[in-house]
Design a protein around this ligand. Structure first.
Ligand SMILES: *Cc1c(COP(=O)(O)O)cnc(C)c1O
Length: 392
């Protein structure tokens, strides 16, 4: 074996921290290289007698994707990890666990692409998606024989409202339903849903894991062997897998994930505090800001708020003028990159939803979502201030 897993689970001082896992999980034992090799081969030599080999064909598995999957499993503390070409391919693989006739309960403010999948792809598969405004309000009465999955995003996008993972997982499991958590906004650095009992975690690695707005990727992790077999089948049979070069780049990007997120989160906290006392801003939404109860729940299941916040401009502040006046945040969809991005969910990330569905999910036409990058905090605040002044 060329690549070994080197990072110990524990050091004399206690468990190894995720910062160390992100950097030290892979080593090239053959050459002593500190960076793992990239294997581009589409096909691999097999034993003529048995037809077997460590690898056979790149789509099924390959050494570079396997390296990445080792890191991804280590980050989540998961038994199994799978890398896909995009976050939606990962979500699609999770939905592949469903059979005709099944129903999925999902939050109304789920990621726009996930909403589109449920809205447009489910009917032809004879699947039913039921959107609820507040997953925390779920009771036994919401489950039927057909309810096979609950799909959770916490914090939800872009309202950053919180779902109590422990409670909803226990309720779903009482009714024999699987729980899938989209952990894109938190990453394993801040939240580990599998440890709280979730069956499957999906992530868009395009966002924080890659972190440089130049790579699309998706991740599925699980501790369940039978689910893992089905996700591996989705890789092989549907073919939406991550290419070796992108797997290699993601391995390298993940090394700075804890560091980037720490900086981005600290800046997001400072910006939220600044905007809350700004007279040109009427509302600031951060994870747990909706109520004391949500704040307590978020603190019990995640170790920080992350680096995305949403806010509404006060009456009399012109949205387009504000966005045009900004010099640092780029007006673009996506999040999690080193550069700050700002978007208008109603016309961008959540345009697949009907206006009524958006209103029910609390996504007003005036809401803006800011993904905070690693620029200097003083520059970011000065830029927001000058753009707000210009827009009044
Ligand atoms: C971006 C995103 C996805 C989809 O990921 P892609 O890599 O763009 O396919 C899924 N869920 C969330 C929360 C996202 O932000």
């Amino acid at each position: 074996m060329v690549v070994g897993i080197r990072s110990p689970d524990r050091l004399p001082g206690g468990p190894v921290h995720i910062d160390t896992i992100a950097v030290q999980t892979l080593r090239d034992h053959e050459h002593g290289a500190v960076v793992p090799p990239v294997h581009l081969a589409s096909t691999f030599e097999l034993d003529p007698a048995t037809g077997e080999g460590a690898y056979a064909y790149q789509r099924g598995s390959n050494p570079t994707r396997a390296q990445l999957e080792t890191v991804l499993a280590a980050l989540d503390g998961a038994e199994h990890a799978f890398a896909f070409a995009t976050g939606m391919a990962a979500t699609g693989a999770a939905f592949g666990l469903l059979a005709a006739g099944d129903e999925v309960i999902a939050s109304a403010s789920v990621y726009g692409g996930t909403y589109r999948f449920i809205d447009r792809i489910f009917p032809a598969r004879d699947l039913t998606g039921r959107f609820v405004d507040d997953l925390d309000a779920l009771t036994d009465a919401d489950f039927s024989e057909r309810t096979r999955m609950v799909f959770i995003e916490t914090p939800a996008n872009p309202t950053l409202s919180i779902t109590d993972l422990r409670r909803v997982i226990a309720l779903a499991h009482d009714h024999g339903a699987l729980v899938v958590v989209d952990n894109t906004f938190m990453t394993p650095v801040l939240q580990k849903p599998l440890a709280l009992g979730a069956d499957v975690v999906v992530q868009s690695a395009t966002k924080y894991l890659a972190g440089h707005s130049d790579l699309l990727a998706g991740v599925v992790t699980t501790d369940d062997d039978a689910i893992a077999e089905q996700i591996a089948l989705a890789q092989k049979a549907l073919g939406g897998v991550l290419a070796p070069f992108d797997a290699y780049r993601l391995i390298q990007d993940i090394k700075t994930l804890p560091l980037r997120l720490e900086r981005q989160q600290a800046s997001a906290v400072a910006i939220a505090e600044h905007l809350r006392s700004h007279e040109a801003i009427s509302a600031v939404l951060t994870p747990g800001s909706a109520s004391e109860e949500q704040a307590v729940v978020h603190a019990s299941q995640a170790s920080g708020p992350g680096a995305v916040l949403s806010f509404e401009l006060a009456d009399g502040v012109d949205r387009v003028a504000f966005l045009r006046a900004l010099r640092i945040p780029v007006y673009a969809v996506s999040l999690g990159g080193v550069e700050s991005l700002i978007c208008h969910p109603a016309t961008m990330t959540h345009e697949a939803m009907t206006p009524a569905a958006r209103a029910a999910a609390g996504i007003s036409d005036e809401l803006l979502r800011l993904s905070v990058g690693i620029e200097h905090i003083d520059d970011l605040i000065a830029d927001l201030d000058q753009a707000l002044a210009a827009a009044r």
